[in-house]
Design a protein around this ligand. Structure first.
Ligand code: PLP
Length: 446
């Protein structure tokens, strides 16, 4: 046993054998140590281990470390806003804006006067004008926006919410918990399926800080249901705050020829403001199609109160986010959304275009079939709504192994009826060649 241990390769020898793994030296050393420790345990258990075994194990560990690094993948799931794959993809103009602002920028500086400015003067201000609100500001994400609004406006006061909207948005974001963390007192009104404006009015007093609406973005209630409109609530008196979630800027989608049916009755931020919401919060990386961010738009005095609150400093967005978000809003103001925002380009690509891409990819692959699929916006938006799409299917014996093979090439696809399916609606056309190569390799290995 001692001999076997002594014959294990040295860390230096293993590291030298892994020169081709593009990873910092210390991380390769860590992988080598893991492999040697593992080999010692195996030898102690009476198993034979060769030097080549140890080097091979170290290579697996180092490669796993390398693949786990944050980097690009091809999203062939058909879910356009896949939370695990980073939600909205940024387009060229947002990327250029990030590069442009990455060095010194006028983040909090007025170039005309040479005096201190506010980071909310850029994207926050533009977002407000894009939706017809008085003011706007940007924080790290929508969860942060909701927390900040509640902490700044409702600490030690009451927030009236419908029982039908005390929901979990996902990732542990539960409306009652966020309310408690903010120091606000929750007043529940109505029932799970039906709440009326009189329920809100009956719970309103001089202790009421706001009436809160939370958009049911990731589930759908159907049947005998009722919720008051924002205008009904606004007539009661206290400020109406709407957590709109998905960030559809305008329900009439003036940046498209027509309103797509898959949008259903998703509320627009502009419409919430027009109906009398005092504040609306939403995500930057859902239907807006920008970077991860949380946006607060609405009454200037309330936005200012949020910006002044100490939590605003802890939750603020960085210059790169603000630059990407600014480019995103400028695309809306230019009505150039389909060309500049990948989410909207992907969502509105005609089926004929997707089919032509699929046929061209499938043509070179033995056994590949072009199939009809259902894509979705995802990311906790538009539940139950799908967008017709086209995919490439390859029948395989072991679908899980097939998915793993694609993942090794950083492609995330799905399984349907025992076939691997790559849905093209969520794939950037620039990735079609890489996708085709990976699918061809998969088909050959069957
Ligand atoms: C998605 C969502 C959130 C959380 O937004 P993040 O930007 O992911 O923090 C909160 N509320 C609603 C209604 C949502 O849809």
């Amino acid at each position: 046993m001692d001999d076997a241990r002594r014959n294990l390769p040295s860390i230096e020898r293993i590291v030298a054998a892994l020169v081709d793994v593009a990873l910092p030296h210390d991380l390769v050393v860590a992988a080598a140590r893991t492999a040697v420790d593992h080999a010692r345990t195996s030898i102690a258990a009476g198993r034979a281990v060769t030097a080549d075994d140890v080097i091979a194990a170290a290579r697996v560990a180092a490669t796993a470390t390398r693949e786990a690094l944050l980097g690009r993948v091809v999203n062939a799931t058909g879910v356009l806003l896949h939370t695990n794959l980073g939600r909205a993809a940024l387009g060229a103009s947002a990327l250029a804006a990030i590069g442009d602002s990455a060095g010194a920028s006028n983040l909090e500086y007025h170039l005309t006067t040479g005096t201190r400015g506010s980071r909310h003067d850029h994207a926050g201000h533009l977002l407000a004008s894009a939706v017809g609100a008085e003011a706007g500001m940007v924080v790290n994400n929508n969860a942060a926006a909701v927390l900040l609004v509640l902490a700044a406006l409702a600490r030690d006061r009451e927030v009236v919410v419908s029982r039908g909207e005390l929901v979990e948005i996902g990732g542990g974001f539960r409306v009652p918990d966020v309310l408690r963390e903010s120091g606000a007192r929750l007043i529940e009104v109505g029932t799970t399926n039906r709440t009326r404006a009189v329920d809100f009015a009956g719970a309103t007093s001089d202790r009421t800080a706001m009436l809160l609406r939370v958009h049911a973005s990731n589930y759908r209630m159907i049947g005998f249901t009722e919720q008051p409109t924002i205008s009904d609530l606004a007539a009661i008196g206290p400020p109406v705050v709407v957590d709109a979630g998905s960030g559809l800027l305008d329900a009439t989608t003036p940046w498209l020829d027509h309103v797509p049916t898959w949008l259903g009755d998703e509320p627009g931020i502009r419409q919430c403001i027009a109906d009398g919401a005092a504040l609306v919060t939403f995500s930057g990386d859902k239907l807006l199609g920008g970077p991860q961010a949380g946006v607060i738009v609405g009454r200037a005095d309330l936005v200012a109160a949020c910006a002044r609150h100490p939590l605003a400093r802890a939750l603020r967005a960085d210059k790169l986010t603000l630059a990407a978000l600014q480019a995103t809003v400028l695309a809306y103001l230019d009505r150039d959304v389909v060309a500049q925002i990948p989410l909207w380009r992907a969502a509105t690509t005609p089926l004929t275009t997707l089919r032509a891409r699929a046929e061209s990819i499938a043509a070179g692959i033995e056994g590949a079939k072009v199939v009809d699929t259902e894509a979705a916006t995802g990311g906790g938006s538009l539940p139950g709504s799908t967008i017709p799409s086209v995919g490439i299917a390859i029948a395989v014996d072991d679908p899980d192994a097939g998915l793993a093979e694609l993942r090794a090439r950083r492609i995330v696809a799905l399984v349907r009826d025992d076939a691997i399916v790559a849905d093209l609606r969520s794939v950037d056309p620039d990735d079609d060649i890489a996708l085709g190569d990976a699918l061809a390799a998969l088909a050959r290995a069957r």
